[in-house]
Design a binder for this molecule. Sequence first.
Ligand code: UD1
Ligand code: MG
Length: 453
Amino acid sequence: MALAVVTLAAGKGSRMKSDLPKVLHPLAGRPMLAHVLDAARALPDARQHVVIGHGAEAVKASFADDSILWAEQTEQLGTGHAVAQAMPAIKASDTVLVLYGDVPLLQTDTLRQLLQQTAGDALALLTVELADPTGYGRIVRNGSGLIEAIVEHKDANEEQRRISEVNTGILAVSAAHLARWLPQLSAANAQGEYYLTDIIAMAVDEGIRVNSMQPQHSDEVQGVNDRLQLAQLERSLQRRRAEQLMRDGATLADPARIDIRGHLSVGTDVHIDVGCVFEGDVSLGDGVRIGPNCVLRDVHVGANSQIEAFSLLQQAHVAEQCSVGPYARLRPGAELAPGAKVGNFCEVKKAHIGAGAKVNHLSYIGDAQVGERVNIGAGTITCNYDGVNKHRTEIGNDAFIGSNTALVAPVSIGQGATVGAGSVVTKAVEDEQLAIGRAKQRNIDHWQRPEKK
Ligand code: UD1
Ligand code: MG
């Protein structure tokens, strides 16, 4: 039996006060809707249907490569009407799972358990107990505890409003039943909408069993209506990820001060200080230490390397036993071989830094190949750009580049060569040579300073 997942995402989300459709607001760096789709994608044999309305074009454009079946709901006439828009693309033999695009923290496990509750052709509801159930649909049960109906807050009487078990909106039922019930919905209620929740009473009338279950964590079914709720869910998602990292063997200086906006994998005994942001795919080898306030995006850091405070690394590869920062910037294509060091206020781009080489202070190394054990003095610049094209710099093993050197690319420095401090190097230096390209020093005796007139 195939599964049709129908995610409702047509609502306006007025309380976000935003031009961006609500379901595109990012949570952990990705649109809310992407989290919902991910949770459902992990279910076996699932086909994804998304009902869109407000900002439909923008929503579609954000998921251009996915195999999603879009259903347009041009007027938002209620949740029942929304599900009906997806029905033409759903087979009668399918099971339908209804999700909300603005309830992003649902776990696949919870959905799996909910689907089990449909056994025996039952309707399965995900419910939750709330201290303050105001605004939600209430779960009305009979004397034997069986569900009889869902009554929306605005339609509920005093007694029903005291019920603290509410509808999360998430449910699963066979498509054949839905196809029979949806056309029977009426909008004769307090909101003038076609309520999906009215199918519960229809099921009960037909003698179809209504089962319910509750999620493990209540934040799983928390919806986002405004930016405050979005920020709360961001923190609970980050907390979840931080706890997983600690279970994986990482020490976090403060699990409340880390942001993972992608996938972070860690070896054993990794230590991460406060204020770090991880984006894209980041992997940290055993014993890696990340200092405070670092940002790593699509980066691998090898075992026992250290990234010191305030460093920014993007699409870089750092081998084992390296040291980076503080205040270092590794840009795309920066590759550090084992034991290399890139120190404070250095920028490295599209450059290989050989094993044991040091770029310690205030340097820019771009479009370069730096050999093993090379020492790059403070303030060295590879002048890689002539205003039109980029050119490469090659530095052989064991070369020593004096401080404040300008290496005007294309240029090469041989193995074991030495460049005197303050040189502007415009032509190749051969192996073992010393190159000095600076004005000769002149000392003038008894120099008289000018006097004030
Ligand atoms: C709904 C439920 C309520 C439940 C609550 C949980 C109904 C009638 N009520 O109420 O029992 O406690 O969710 O949060 O189902 N949507 C559309 N098209 C529409 C209407 C809504 O796509 O025409 C989407 C919205 O974008 C949203 C979701 O459906 O993602 C829920 O809609 P919302 O208006 O928030 O429903 P509630 O009134 O809160
Ligand atoms: Mg709502």
